[in-house]
Ligand binder design. Structure first.
Ligand SMILES: Nc1ncnc2c1ncn2[C@@H]1O[C@H](COP(=O)(O)OP(=O)(O)OP(=O)(O)O)[C@@H](O)[C@H]1O
Ligand SMILES: [Mg+2]
Length: 375
């Protein structure tokens, strides 16, 4: 799949924009604040119905307007479908595909897949576990609608269970309420963990393919670290993954063993919301010893791995690279562009003009104060 046209209406600094995109590399250059990242952000709405820059819907609409619209033509094989997303503060978000409204936003999954990469992604390996969980979740949600609904159910149930733990008093009624939420939490949580366990070795394989980016001779590997004790063989790169029922049993046991603690502290102490992804460089956890450059190259390998996994069924993925060339030397930048080219369509931004070998095949666009011109 690839995105043939993008339309923005009252989106960030664009009043109205209509763009024809190329199937390979699209290069957007322009000064700071001209509207480059906003274009990629618009594409993210077509794929996951929200901003991958991390903004709320309310912040994205052009100042002074009550909402915004994003539209696009997605080409899959011989077929082309038109996705339109509209947001207004009054009516919320609505998505149509070929004019048909989607019952749920999650029905958009799979229409267009994107992998987003920006300089702050160095935090994937350096920062808190939440950043690494987000990477796994974003990838899996785009691959598997069932994962998205388990994750949504888990988050909702977690909030309700935490509420019940916070207001818990030592009586039967209070215990019964917590127990009801515990059962649901185990059901959703075990589905989430089982899918992550199955996914991480695949992801690890894909990431290790991009080791040429990591200094020669280095090996990068991933391992899922569960807050639920699952046994040694469950989480390794080569380890077998566990069935959901096995995970559920172990999750129930873990919650049982922490139940006093949880009632005292007033929140849920174990589950996929506390899990992590260990990123190891030559066997050591990168987070604790990695240099700036090692974090940067590992982040690139992770992101390329993500794109490869999203494309593993040959459906294609649109790679969104925001301002990353400035972070790389010329050789790495060139190699990255070549690798990205292998996945089909890419949209890349830079404050600098397009240069080097990639320029010859790329479609170039100049962005200036909310206007875009094809070069
Ligand atoms: N809701 C909004 N309404 C109108 N303009 C906005 C809104 N949000 C941001 N802007 C402005 O839109 C412009 C484009 O922002 P964007 O982040 O796309 O720029 P950019 O080209 O990526 O810049 P940089 O090179 O600095 O990253 C900025 O000038 C910003 O101040
Ligand atoms: Mg930007």
């Amino acid at each position: 799949m690839w995105l043939r046209a993008l339309r923005l209406e009252n989106f960030r600094n664009y009043e109205s924009l209509e763009l024809e995109l190329a199937q390979g590399l699209n290069f957007f250059s322009g000064p700071n604040g001209s509207g480059k990242t906003s274009i990629l952000e618009g594409v993210s709405y077509l794929a996951v119905a929200r901003s991958l820059r991390g903004s709320n819907d309310g912040e994205v609409g052009r100042w002074g307007e009550g909402g915004f619209g994003v539209g696009g033509d997605v080409v899959t094989g011989e077929r082309s479908s038109t996705v339109v997303l509209r947001f207004s503060k009054a009516a919320g978000k609505e998505v149509t595909v070929d004019g048909e409204p989607l019952a749920k936003l999650s029905d958009l999954v799979g229409v267009l897949r994107v992998a987003w990469f920006c300089p702050e992604d160095t935090w994937i390996t350096k920062g808190q576990p939440a950043a690494r969980r987000k990477l796994i979740d974003l990838t899996l949600c785009q691959l598997d609608p069932a994962y998205l609904s388990s994750l949504t159910g888990y988050r909702r149930t977690l909030r309700q269970r935490n509420e019940a733990l916070l207001t818990w008093t030592p009586d039967e009624e209070s215990d019964r309420i917590v127990e009801v939420w515990t059962e649901r939490l185990v059901e959703y949580g075990s589905a989430v963990v089982a899918k992550r366990l199955e996914f991480v070795p695949r992801f690890s394989d894909a990431v290790s393919q991009y080791q040429s980016f990591v200094a020669a001779g280095d090996t990068l590997s991933l391992r899922y670290r569960s807050s639920v004790p699952l046994g040694d063989d469950a989480t390794g790169a080569e380890g077998r993954s566990l069935e959901q029922d096995d995970v559920a049993e172990k999750y129930r046991e873990a919650l049982e063993s922490r139940s006093e603690d949880e009632r005292r502290r007033g929140f849920t102490l174990v589950g996929p919301h506390r899990d992590d992804l260990d990123v190891r460089l030559n066997g050591r956890v990168l987070r604790t010893f990695g240099s700036q450059g090692q974090h940067r190259t590992a982040a690139i390998a992770l992101k390329l791995g993500e794109a490869a996994v999203l494309d593993s069924d040959g459906q294609g993925v649109v790679v969104l690279l925001d301002d990353i060339l400035s972070e790389l030397d010329d050789e790495r930048a060139g190699a990255l562009i070549d690798l990205v080219g292998g996945h089909g369509q890419a949209l890349m931004t830079s404050t600098r003009p397009m240069a080097g070998a990639a320029a010859e095949d790329a479609a170039g666009f100049v962005v200036e104060a909310g206007k875009v011109e094809r070069q």
